[in-house]
Write a protein that binds this ligand. Sequence first.
Ligand SMILES: [Zn+2]
Length: 289
Amino acid sequence: MKLILFIFILSKAVSAQDYKLPILGSGFVKVYRLETGHNDSPEALVYARGKWGTTHRSTHNAFAFDHNGERYLIDTGFGEGIEKQFQKMPFWAKLLFRYEQTENIKEVQKQNPKGIFLTHLHWDHASALEEFLGSDVIVDKEEYKDAFSEGRPEHAFLSSQYDHSGINWKFIKWTKKKYGPFKKYYDVFSDGSVILLPLYGHTKGSIGVLVRVSSKERIFFVGDSVWHASQIYEKSHKMWLSSCLTDGSKEEVFEKIILMHNVWRENKDIKFAPSHHYEAIKFIPSLKL
Ligand SMILES: [Zn+2]
């Protein structure tokens, strides 16, 4: 009996340890958000356990940080061409994905980033790419291939946003070693401040960006792997129809939800930042108040 208990405790300790994401260096960056648009809807349309009587604000953002005096973005949010781009959507998608844009679209343009990290290439994350032809655009190679493939869903990938020959694509050079539960990672500046992690599922090359903002806090930008932070805490799917329309592989997305849940349990310094969940990301200071 004692032996069984010992093995049980040991296996628990080992599995908990597997989800610890180690600190890789002494680097920090400050992160800001730039909201370029938003959309209010019943929470029940967002995730499986959401309520019809609760209003959920979906927000569309670029996130900005500086490293060694140079600016970088995570996603671009909406660019100046968003209205024209949106007109190319199928009619039903225009009804479902309608939004209000904000003046911050002009602020994003002023950022002049050295590099842009894309969580994925969907229309609401890549809209301003052609405004930054001098910047490196950093994506997973599979995401790039999928976004240009014949079979891409036209309501999610708008190729006119990223087919300019002047875009300076850079594919992530993954370090193929374990990082906690992840099979590979990329420590962008080799100082542990910004770590890219694979979160394949929502799209073929969806990534997360783990940013260390102080000795006590890390922010995990998880893209659209979830739309509501409670999905991570409660291990809950997106709303069924929304997931069918936007998730490339529901099974892979759910695997990542379980993974993020375990990461959340074992790393209390990490705050989760789903791209679109206003309530979950509003603690990140706004670049323009
Ligand atoms: Zn999105």
